[in-house]
Write a protein that binds this ligand. Sequence first.
Ligand code: COA
Length: 258
Amino acid sequence: MSYELITLDVADRIATITVNRPDKLNALNSGTIAELGRAIDEARERDDVGGVILTGAGRAFIAGADISGLAKSSVEAKALAQRGQVVFRKFETSPKPTIAAVNGFALGGGCELAMACHLRLASEHAKFGQPEVKLGLVPGYGGTQRLPRLVGKGRALQLLLTGEIIDAAEAFRIGLVNRVHPAGELIGAARTMLATMMANAPLALAGCIEAVNRGYDLPLEEANALEATMFGVLAGSEDMREGTEAFLAKRAPQFTGR
Ligand code: COA
């Protein structure tokens, strides 16, 4: 599949999706959103991919929605937000782990897309914020919903209402990012993290992601029931047999995803 505004490279079973409009700090125009949707679909479908890294070319991760394309009618703007939300949700519901390697500005839609990924690793130069209020807007790609889920309502409202930009250390302190790395080590750290995950059983990874995503908004009793069903389904998998046999035989497991 060919792309113009992003790149997709696969190596060692890791798909790296790079937003590639560095002269516009990788701002998300509608073409970029559409290509991101195709790229995550491709990564989810390809048998030679076990995990995904999302990053940005140049000095930014993604500096937000492309402001030059925001002047629309209310109906068009709502449709724009909905199209983006569908694409971002594909990263969140990917059965293969998705890691945002935040190499610079992650503002507005950039912060929102990072939050839709399963983990966020940041370079020490990364900056985060939801500055939409400065433009007379609210976030449109899930920011008002995922930010409080990640950092708590009070901290989320502080970021949303001030529009302030915080550095990587502060983002780590409030739980917005999982880890902070020197810039030159960011992609390597993301690859190492994914390799650690991908050494585990693929169906178990997909099960954890689905249980967390679907269970998060359910009452605890229903969420626990979902988890028990997932546990039962996985107990019948070949990989569960392989994992337990390998443990007892004191050897490394060979998982096949079945
Ligand atoms: N949409 C469209 N273009 C953007 C953009 C965005 N969200 N963010 C940056 N750009 C463009 C700039 O217009 C500029 O283009 P130009 O060279 O053709 O003039 C280029 O990217 C470089 O940005 P610049 O502002 O010159 O860099 P800077 O280092 O001075 O500032 C930021 C960096 C991120 C602080 C600043 O670009 C900014 O505030 N961007 C908007 C962030 C935002 O509000 N995002 C939420 C949108 S809903």
